[in-house]
Design a protein around this ligand. Structure first.
Ligand SMILES: O=C(O)CCC(=O)C(=O)O
Length: 281
């Protein structure tokens, strides 16, 4: 098992980043997003956060989901509705190259799983450790842990994210554990501390969870952006968030990521999906 979470500068090669993700399950890319863009996203998220009650998000799972999210955590998504910066983040070329390499072997295209503000409030306990691929357990169990990569996630610092503020905790190497239900123990985990614009990029197979916020009055300001194979239902219903008109001026990539383009399986075998009147959109 790897003992540390590696940090790589944004100008290192994509090959190096992929090698580390493959070996450890995740990596921190320093300066993945430009700080001006991150400031805009942070300001827009902070303005919108006033409309959301801490502990209200359920992840669609009622009381169980509330427990998972935490009693003093603010979460909301549909980030393109509150910030133009979100669309620019979707165009990040390094994140695109990593997602292309990791997900396109298993799909013709991928789309946004969720883009979500994850603000952990003071006094929050650590989140239960889990794997993001737990969202799709039947597929995840196919040839586990050697089966297909289903989802790729980024936890992005909107401000300085320290261990005491609740930096995401990860167990490097856990993406290779034989038992899908083994989440290790908290003492096996290490915090993914981030500066604004840094991102922890991790496989859906990696065991991780939000850390405890042990401060008296400071919030952890971070957001999550993840992609999932284009033939799987994502966590978030982006396609109904945005109208065709709202996305008309956006790039084909952004339209596809937000579910405004059909799924074409090529070069893989499979059917055309997400059609309108049996034709591509
Ligand atoms: O908040 C975090 O650091 C992690 C959140 C997370 O992993 C999740 O909710 O799936």
């Amino acid at each position: 098992m790897a003992l540390e979470l590696k940090r790589i500068a944004v100008d290192e090669s994509i090959e190096e980043m992929l090698t580390v993700i493959k070996a450890d399950g995740g990596v921190i890319i320093e300066g993945l997003f430009e700080t001006g863009l991150i400031s805009s996203m942070r300001d827009d998220i902070l303005a919108a956060a006033k409309n959301f009650k801490p502990g209200a998000a359920t992840q669609g799972l009622g009381e169980l989901g509330k427990k998972f999210v935490g009693h003093n955590t603010i979460r909301f998504s549909s980030l393109g509705k509150i910030s133009e910066a979100f669309f620019d983040m979707l165009e990040n070329p390094i994140l695109a190259a990593l997602a292309d390499n990791i997900l396109l072997p298993n799909c013709g295209s991928y789309w946004v799983n969720t883009g979500q503000a994850m603000l952990i409030g003071p006094g929050s306990d650590a989140q239960p450790m889990h794997r993001d691929c737990n969202n799709w357990p039947i597929l995840s169990l196919v040839d586990w842990p050697n089966g297909p990569e289903i989802t790729l996630s980024a936890m992005i610092g909107l401000d300085s994210v320290t261990e005491e503020l609740g930096a995401t905790r990860v167990i490097p190497g856990s993406h290779r554990w034989k038992d899908f239900k083994d989440y290790g123990t908290p003492d096996m985990s290490i915090p993914a501390e981030l500066n604004p614009g840094d991102a922890l990029i991790y496989s859906g197979k990696l065991v991780h969870g939000g850390g405890a916020n042990s401060t008296k009055n400071s919030w952890r300001l971070a957001m999550h952006l993840s992609f999932v194979l284009g033939w799987i239902v994502p966590e978030e219903s982006s396609p109904i968030d945005y109208s065709d008109e709202e996305l008309a001026s956006k790039s084909p990539r952004v339209q596809r990521l937000l579910g405004h383009r059909s799924y074409d399986p090529k070069p893989h075998f499979g059917g055309g999906l997400w059609l309108r009147h049996a034709d591509q959109i």
